[in-house]
Design a protein around this ligand. Structure first.
Ligand code: SF4
Ligand code: SF4
Length: 472
């Protein structure tokens, strides 16, 4: 029944295969010999199968877990260096016809304030985001064919790309909207989107159907097969994710990796990113009602094991997570974070109080982008506003082959420094600017190739003198 090449959801996310995997992991979680052999395999940096990764996730031998964390850190360092890519979500509309039990935008919530941004309001939000320093957005909208038809999303993308306020520009728009048709995905591709993001929420079909009792999202197969349609429509960067807390985390972990294996087997390219959100409190949503909540320790272990299992896939945490939790997982494999986020429609322009009333979830990390950038640099990371690959056409398998050949890092590091320099010049506080300029000076020396270093130094000088938008 299990077949990663199948185009049927129930076959590439086979429930039986997941149950057998969990059983195998449980039986082998103390099998030191096997665990050692899996760790040795992981050290080759070619990833792990869902079965092998599930054994590492279950392993509760403290010394072995230390090895797993150390390896995750090393892989993170080897593939992503100390760079962290920054982005912000932009909520366009919270009208939604679905009945998701964990989200306050569900159709039956009659007291939440419903809002859909006009193009003028989008402009204002984008200007506010540009004035913070953001270059990369993820747009979000509920599913509602009447209020949020695809035409509205396409028009909004056009508006976002068209706004150039002062030195600001949104250079990559990722899109997180409901599962749709190949034809619609083709239109999104033509509109110039970066990654198409769709969270599975839960890979467990029965739970999925219970948690999505009404609306088009109820259809498990249609939702689970969405990435195949997106790829058929020409979108080659897709972002998957599971909402941890809904089902048993071991189940979701195996499901995520099987989904990645499926995309690789069928399309020759795995997911561009994996997100690991946890259920959060929100209007009429109490996370305690979902009894599969996971501890911070388990969360860190999931991140570390995913990092080892899919070294080439970017990993995202949002401001759902607290500063402390984010700090912990940054070192274990996260490559992208949001900063200064608002999770309500119109939240970047509106006053905070109003905003809370229509937020999709409560934020744990409410710091400004400048504070987040400052904090990252103090921890030794380079905040990066880079969007170069998408703009250079380095997407899908082209991107992955550069990644696998270890070449992409020759671009990422100087691009991170140049985009950080732009941020410092245009948006940073004095303190952030000081720390950032020191960091850039230090990091320029770490560019191994003389030629690249020299060009990067020239570009950075040009940025200081007012020019913008350089990239490798
Ligand atoms: S999770 Fe998405 S589809 Fe579900 S209710 Fe919320 S906005 Fe609608
Ligand atoms: S060069 Fe490409 S992979 Fe590297 S940070 Fe920029 S966009 Fe991402």
């Amino acid at each position: 029944m299990y077949n990663p090449k199948s185009m049927k959801a129930e076959e590439f996310i086979s429930h039986e295969e997941i149950m057998e995997t969990l059983d195998y992991a449980e039986k082998n979680k103390h099998n030191v010999e096997l665990i050692d052999s899996i760790i040795a395999k992981a050290k080759e940096r070619k990833g792990l199968s869902h079965r092998d990764a599930a054994v590492l996730l279950d392993c509760d031998i403290p010394e072995k877990n230390e090895e797993i964390y150390a390896l995750a850190k090393q892989i993170k360092q080897d593939f992503y260096g100390n760079r962290i890519v920054m982005f912000a979500p932009l909520y366009l509309s919270n009208y939604c016809v679905n009945g998701c039990l964990y989200c306050p935008y569900h159709a039956k919530n009659k007291h939440i304030c419903r809002k859909k941004l006009t193009q003028e309001e989008i402009k204002a939000e984008v200007i506010a985001l540009q004035d913070m320093g953001h270059k990369r957005l993820a747009i979000e909208a509920g599913e509602d064919p009447v209020n949020n038809p695809l035409e509205y999303i396409l028009e909004s993308i056009k508006t976002i790309y068209s706004i150039k306020h002062k030195n600001g520009a949104i250079r990559r728009v990722n899109v997180n909207i409901a599962a749709t048709t190949v034809e619609d995905y083709r239109k999104l591709k033509e509109a110039g989107i970066g990654t198409y993001i769709l969270f599975q929420e839960t890979y467990h079909k029965e739970s999925y159907e219970r948690l999505h009792p009404t609306g088009p999202k109820h259809n498990y197969a249609y939702h689970t097969e969405a990435m195949d349609r997106a790829m058929e429509g020409g979108i080659d960067d897709v972002g998957i994710g599971a909402l941890f807390g809904l089902e048993l985390y071991r189940y979701e972990f195996a499901g995520l990796l099987m989904h990645a294996e499926h995309l690789e087997a069928v399309h020759g390219v795995g997911p561009h990113t994996i997100s690991v959100p946890r259920v959060r409190r929100a209007d009429d949503i109490d996370p305690d009602e979902f009894d599969n909540g996971i501890s911070d320790d388990t969360f860190a272990k999931i991140v570390a094991c995913l990092r080892i299992a899919v070294p080439y896939t970017g990993m995202i945490v949002s401001t759902r997570e607290s500063q402390a939790s984010r700090e912990r997982v940054l070192g274990l494999g996260i490559s992208q974070i949001s900063g200064g986020s608002r999770t309500s429609v119109g939240g970047y322009v509106e006053e905070e109080e109003e905003e809370e009333n229509s937020a999709q979830f409560e934020l744990s990390d409410r710091r400004t982008l400048d504070q987040v950038v400052n904090w990252l640099m103090r921890l030794g990371y380079i905040p990066s506003f880079c969007t170069a690959c998408y703009r250079e056409g380095r997407t899908g398998d082209r991107f992955m082959s550069l990644c696998k050949a270890g070449q992409i890092q020759n671009c990422c590091h100087p691009n991170a420094l140049m985009t950080l320099k732009e941020y410092l010049e245009d948006y940073a506080s004095e303190d952030t600017k000081r720390i950032g300029n020191e960091l850039i000076e230090r990091e320029l020396k770490n560019i191994p190739k003389d030629k690249v270093r020299q060009i990067a130094m020239e570009y950075i000088e040009n940025i200081k003198n007012g020019q913008r938008d350089f990239r490798f």
